[in-house]
Design a protein around this ligand. Sequence first.
Ligand SMILES: Cc1cc2nc3c(=O)[nH]c(=O)nc-3n(C[C@H](O)[C@H](O)[C@H](O)COP(=O)(O)OP(=O)(O)OC[C@H]3O[C@@H](n4cnc5c(N)ncnc54)[C@H](O)[C@@H]3O)c2cc1C
Length: 448
Amino acid sequence: MHEAGRTLEIAGWGHAMRRRAEVLRPEQQSRLSEALEGFGIARGLGRAYGDAALSEGRVWQTTRLTRMLSLTPEGVLTAEAGVSLGDIVRTFLPRGWTLPVTPGTQWVTLGGAVASDVHGKNHHAAGTFGQHVKELVLLTAEGQLRRISPEHQSEIFWATVGGMGLTGVIVEVTIQLAPAETGYLSVDYVRSGGLEETLEWFSGHDRRYPYTVAWIDGLKEGQGLGRAVLMGGRVTASRELGAGEARYPMPRGAVRVPFDFPPGSLSLPVGRAFNAVYYGMHKPRENVREPWWKFFYPLDVADEWFRLYGRRGFAQYQGVYPPEIGLGEIRALLRRIHAAHHANFLGVLKRMGPPSPGLLSFPREGLTLALDLPVQGEGTLRLFRDLYAMTADYGGRVYLAKDAFLTREMFRRMYPNWEAFMAVKAKVDPRGMFRSLLSERIGLGEVR
Ligand SMILES: Cc1cc2nc3c(=O)[nH]c(=O)nc-3n(C[C@H](O)[C@H](O)[C@H](O)COP(=O)(O)OP(=O)(O)OC[C@H]3O[C@@H](n4cnc5c(N)ncnc54)[C@H](O)[C@@H]3O)c2cc1C
């Protein structure tokens, strides 16, 4: 039986890549294998920036698979793959459990977090999301549900963690949550005057804090290039809260950006002014108490903020480089962006820890830099190609969940485990059923 879906225009979060596709939203696990006919790719909440969750085939959105199935006294949660990370925090933080790793938005599904093997502000201390997963239920191309874990069918497990949906549909996730005494972070804010100081802070302070991040001003030139607001945080202990103070704050509602802004609204002068205001607002302060929601998901204060970039949308560059890469190379990347006259708002710089065993996982030890850039036609393509070439020359890689421009050749340079991944894919998906626009573009759709 072929269950009919609706034909819709779907897009990556940057909205520079869009596609009309038949979209299905099955509600019951028992209906899953029907949906495999004409299959393309699984999709969660569509927060991947480029084309990872777009396909020529049918797209299977998991947003109705939202049952939480069990929580053990030790904090091991089993839930369906369409449950959002925000719902997990909302449900379990008041009971003293939270996510061991969280990306910069709560609007990511469990399935999407595993498929991209997402990282957070604590990568140097806690690794990736997938490293806390105990078991997955995976719907494979032959319509079977397989239970896979780091111990059982580990080859398929580590191809699925970070595998961008290309080994099958993740249906259930079992993950070890982390204890949290309160829903607050105690945060130290530091300001650096330039890139050198920013990098020094990371070398000296990573070990002091479980959570670190730098918001860098990617538009400042000269001496101030790479100046940043640096944040180091830890979960606030309950004894630090006053008597009668709520231990677990709830999030505020978000405002919605109501329409696509006219082209060029986020121009260079606007970007410079915004970055300067942000930098100016964050005076150095110690032990500031921030609610979980504000510290981890500052961008979630606005829904659909991609509209600020207008109809042409935006793309994100996120690269990670080996530990020996630092000042000179990051400076060169920022200078290349300056030369292209693209505005960018609050880039993110962070030091990452050791890699995950995920064959296509992005994180590796060293610095990572992420910047949103408006799509401005050919110049943007040239800019990304240059940034990618520089990244590959440094021995680094770009993040598939953010990518829209990688070529097959460049992908192979950056991800040396691609052949091992393809060998597993050939076993679990011999006819190449699971495919996205990303996989076709970077040559992961071609099963031999
Ligand atoms: C504001 C913002 C901040 C972000 N911050 C971070 C960050 O700090 N760190 C980070 O690592 N990432 C970050 N991201 C990226 C985001 O975490 C990933 O793109 C994540 O995969 C999105 O999850 P999703 O549910 O929206 O999945 P989608 O975007 O819908 O899909 C992403 C990929 O997952 C696959 N997938 C989704 N569900 C399933 C499933 N059930 N089975 C198999 N495959 C599936 C899709 O096929 C696709 O390849 C951020 C994104 C945004 C918009």
